[in-house]
Ligand binder design. Structure first.
Ligand SMILES: [Zn+2]
Length: 134
C-alpha cells in the first residue's frame, strides 16, 4: 500500500510503499518513521519509482552492472540452448531411440527459456537505470 509520509525532520511529505517501519526521506535523506500520518494514496508510479530509487540510494552504474550480469547469463544460456538445439537436430537424424532426443530437446527448451527471461529482465533493469533521474 502506498502511503503518504511526513518527514519528522524536515516536515516535507512524500509517498512510499512503507515496507519497513522507517524510510529515508527523499528531501533531507534522514530516516523517518512511517507510522505517523498514514494516508492511503492512489497509485502513482513515477513518485514511487523516484522515491524508491532515492531511498535505496541506487547508483545507475550499479544497476547497469546488474543488467549486464543478467544479459551475460542470458547469453551463456542462449549459447547452451543453441548447442542443445544443434545436438537435438543431430540426434533426431542419428538416433533410433526417442528418449535421448526428448531429454536433449527439454534441455534446449529450458536453456532458451532461461536465456529469454534473463535477457528480458536485463533489458528491463537497463531501461530503469536509463530512466533513473537523480
Ligand atoms: Zn526530511
Amino acid at each position: 500500500m502506498i502511503i503518504q509520509i511526513k518527514c519528522q525532520h524536515c516536515n516535507q511529505e512524500f509517498e512510499d510503499e512503507a515496507l519497513e517501519r522507517t524510510v529515508f526521506c527523499p528531501h533531507c535523506g534522514k530516516e523517518t518513521s512511517v507510522r505517523e500520518n498514514q494516508t492511503p494514496r492512489t497509485f502513482s508510479q513515477p513518485a514511487i519509482a523516484s522515491t524508491y530509487a532515492k531511498n535505496q540510494k541506487i547508483n545507475p552504474n550499479e544497476i547497469r552492472k546488474t543488467a549486464g550480469m543478467f544479459v551475460g547469463t542470458a547469453i551463456v544460456f542462449g549459447i547452451l540452448g543453441l548447442v542443445g538445439l544443434v545436438f537435438t537436430i543431430l540426434m533426431v537424424f542419428g538416433q533410433e531411440n526417442v528418449e535421448p532426443v526428448v531429454i536433449s530437446s527439454s534441455f534446449t527448451g529450458a536453456a532458451i527459456a532461461i536465456a529469454f527471461w534473463f535477457y528480458l529482465i536485463g533489458q528491463i533493469i537497463h531501461i530503469r537505470a536509463n530512466t533513473h533521474k537523480d
